[in-house]
Design a protein around this ligand. Structure first.
Ligand code: ADP
Length: 376
């Protein structure tokens, strides 16, 4: 069955309203104006005008004049109303049809398609919401593509190395020494670490890492970590110190996730400092507890600084690949800090050292955890 479109329906509804209005006007006009005219004639007669003989011809003349007047009013009024309602229906329909075309384009994968603004406020608000959603989806899509391409790149290198060694071992061009097996094992361990880090990162980015926020003693957590790392520093030329106030307020966050962040920051600081010191400090700034991990290591160049929290980013790819870094640790740390309503940043000078600082809410302050991050 043929279904009228919105424009047809709008137009038809306007026409029905107009026809009803005109029909009512004509019906009541015809009934009442003649009666009122008769009453007027009677009043005139009371006043002494002799109208009896002319009464019916006067009435006829009046009715014919009224009918002609009404006829032209209907023609012009109706015509204008119909034209106006046609223009109006078109004006409402045009942006709707345009929006329909744009959503279809978007659904077909054209992620850059955006709605134009409309001078109808409701449609403009709708376009606005759509555009915001489109931006978010485009961003997710872009990140997904980046992830797949980064991942392919990251997996290819160890796989190529393993493949090369295995081929060499098979055709005898490489001697099967313990060193070769160690290298093979190193590459497979790298692959395993990459897969584990990636799983953690994807959980963090999708908000599937549960945040079990509670009040906890940041001071004792820092002390525990310093003790643990210090054990590994015996006989080394670097030191690890904790310099925090005794009356540090309690933090509000997930102690395990905070530990994960700190292990990554302290681990990096020690890793990138051959000789020197790593100092952990903490202070309250603008209602948040800030923890900073300062090292006197190799530092990060100014142009590299904006990328340190990007996943898979390493300042010197080949060197860090050998050292086993995946370039995912800081991306996870950043996400974990944000999931606990904090911020993370870095300052660094090449050959002088780096300072990574992150914030965590103070216990007295109640925070509403991010909705997604509470899922498990
Ligand atoms: P990973 O250390 O596993 O490679 P991260 O995400 O933790 O991955 O770090 C990314 C990169 O940032 C490192 O490869 C390194 O180049 C740089 N980096 C991180 N921390 C430091 C630091 N304290 N000093 C110098 N460079 C650092």
């Amino acid at each position: 069955m043929y279904q009228l479109g919105l424009r047809g329906r709008l137009f038809l509804s306007h026409i029905i309203v107009m026809v009803m209005g005109v029909a009512t006007l004509l019906m009541f006009g015809r009934l009442y104006t003649s009666r009122l005219f008769m009453e007027y004639l009677q009043t005139m007669e009371f006043r002494g005008f002799l109208l009896y003989a002319m009464r019916s011809s006067l009435l006829q003349g009046f009715e014919s004049a009224w009918s002609r007047g009404a006829f032209w009013s209907v023609i012009f009024g109706g015509g204008t109303a119909a034209a106006l309602s046609y223009i109006l229906s078109k004006r409402i329909m045009q942006p709707l049809l345009q929006m329909q075309r744009i959503t279809a384009k978007f659904a077909a994968g054209e992620m850059t398609a955006r709605m134009p603004t409309s001078d109808i406020p409701e449609l403009s608000r709708f376009a606005d919401s759509f555009n915001r959603m489109a931006f978010a989806l485009e961003d997710v899509e872009q990140r997904r593509r980046d992830l797949v391409s980064d991942l392919t790149h990251e997996l290819r290198t160890p796989l190529t190395i393993v493949e090369g060694y295995l081929e060499g071992l098979t055709d005898g061009s490489i001697e099967a020494t313990p060193v070769i097996y160690q290298r093979l094992s190193g590459e497979t361990q790298r692959l395993k670490r990459l897969v584990n880090d990636l799983q953690e990162l994807s959980k963090a980015e999708a908000g599937y890492l549960p945040i079990d926020a509670k009040k906890f003693d940041l001071r004792s957590l820092l002390q525990k970590l310093v003790d643990r790392f210090s054990d590994q520093l015996i006989d080394s030329e670097k030191s690890l110190k904790l310099e925090i106030a005794a009356d540090l307020p309690r933090a509000y966050g997930d102690p395990e996730r905070t530990e994960q962040i700190l292990i990554n920051l302290i681990g990096n600081a020690l890793h990138y400092t051959e000789v020197g010191s790593v100092v952990i400090e903490s202070e309250v700034i603008q209602g948040m507890l800030w923890v900073s991990v300062k090292d006197t290591g190799i530092g990060i160049s100014e142009e590299d600084l904006p990328h340190v929290f990007d996943r898979f980013w390493r300042s010197d790819r080949s060197r860090n690949r050998k050292s086993g870094g995946t370039g995912i640790g800081l991306a996870i740390s950043k996400r974990l800090v944000e999931m606990q309503q904090g911020k993370i940043h870095v300052e660094s000078v090449v050959n002088q050292g780096s300072t990574f600082s992150f914030s965590i809410p103070i216990a007295q302050k109640t925070i509403i955890p991010e909705k997604r991050s509470t899922q498990s």
